[in-house]
Design a protein around this ligand. Structure first.
Ligand code: ATP
Ligand code: MG
Length: 244
């Protein structure tokens, strides 16, 4: 364990990097995941390493959308599992969502390592290992999902997802929530609710919003989702990056 002093000016960034390193060592995160981390860090740097007001609005809308869902699923890959395992378990508890492991480069070892890691962080039911359904339009291995998980979900949270899969899920008619620091990436551009923020900040903030909304009526939740403007969120993030 490397000790990172909390008063270090870039504490959060170093912590993120350290969690990914550990993820690779534990067999949770792939080498591709290291590259994704680097891309994410560079965008976070340009965004000032803080949650934009428009991202907070997206996180509120996402919390409302998860609470409205008939069957919501939070999709986990190797980076998500390394960065926010306990935080995802809390979000699942606050919204009644399921958790499903879904890997771009699927291997049984990595599926198991991630499922075990999530259970160590309190997850009771981890989906994704049954893999008895396919997302139409994706190559065999890439399209594997659980029939009782992502396949039948109406709302899916797909953080740090690649563009092809995000598009294929949207084409299945799912309401997609994407967390991605790059507002130009295809994944957030296909999402009903794009969240341009670091997953380390986004997930705990979504949970806080979900807890605040615990007693809200369906009408109140629907009003929040309807008031959300996806184009504005994408534009504001792009402006924040370009007008530094
Ligand atoms: P494109 O969508 O344009 O085809 P890509 O999806 O192939 O690009 P990847 O590197 O595979 O690009 O995807 C990783 C994505 O995850 C990047 O867009 C990156 O900004 C984002 N990302 C990485 N780390 C984080 C993080 N901690 N929080 C949020 N997003 C992150
Ligand atoms: Mg992408």
């Amino acid at each position: 364990e490397v000790e990172i002093p909390e008063d270090h000016p870039r504490y959060q960034s170093l912590l993120t990097r350290h969690r990914i390193e550990e993820g690779v060592e534990k067999g949770i995160t792939s080498k591709q995941g290291l590259i994704a981390e680097g891309r994410g860090e560079s965008f976070d740097y340009l965004l000032g390493e803080e949650t934009l007001p428009s991202a907070d609005e997206a996180e509120l809308a996402a919390a409302a959308q998860l609470l409205l869902a008939e069957h919501a699923v939070l999709s986990m890959n190797g980076n998500v599992a390394a960065l926010v395992p306990g935080e995802i378990v809390e979000l699942a508890e606050a919204t009644g969502a399921d958790i499903e492991v879904n890997l771009f480069n699927r291997t049984e070892e990595r599926m198991q390592a991630i499922a075990d890691h999530l259970r160590e962080h309190g997850a009771e039911n981890v989906k994704g290992l049954t893999a008895d359904a396919r997302i139409p339009g994706l190559e065999h291995e890439r399209g594997k999902v659980d029939e009782e998980g992502i396949y039948s979900a109406d709302v899916v949270l797909v953080p740090l997802e690649d563009g092809d899969r995000a598009e294929a899920l949207a084409e299945m008619g799912k309401t997609e929530i994407v967390i991605d620091l790059n507002p130009l990436s295809r994944s957030p551009r296909t999402a009903a609710i794009p969240i341009i923020d670091n997953i380390m900040r986004a997930v705990p903030n979504m949970t806080a919003h979900a807890r605040d909304l615990a007693d809200a009526s369906r009408e109140e939740l629907e009003a929040i989702v309807e008031a959300f403007d996806r184009e504005k969120t994408l534009e504001e993030a792009e402006h924040a990056i370009r007008d530094v």
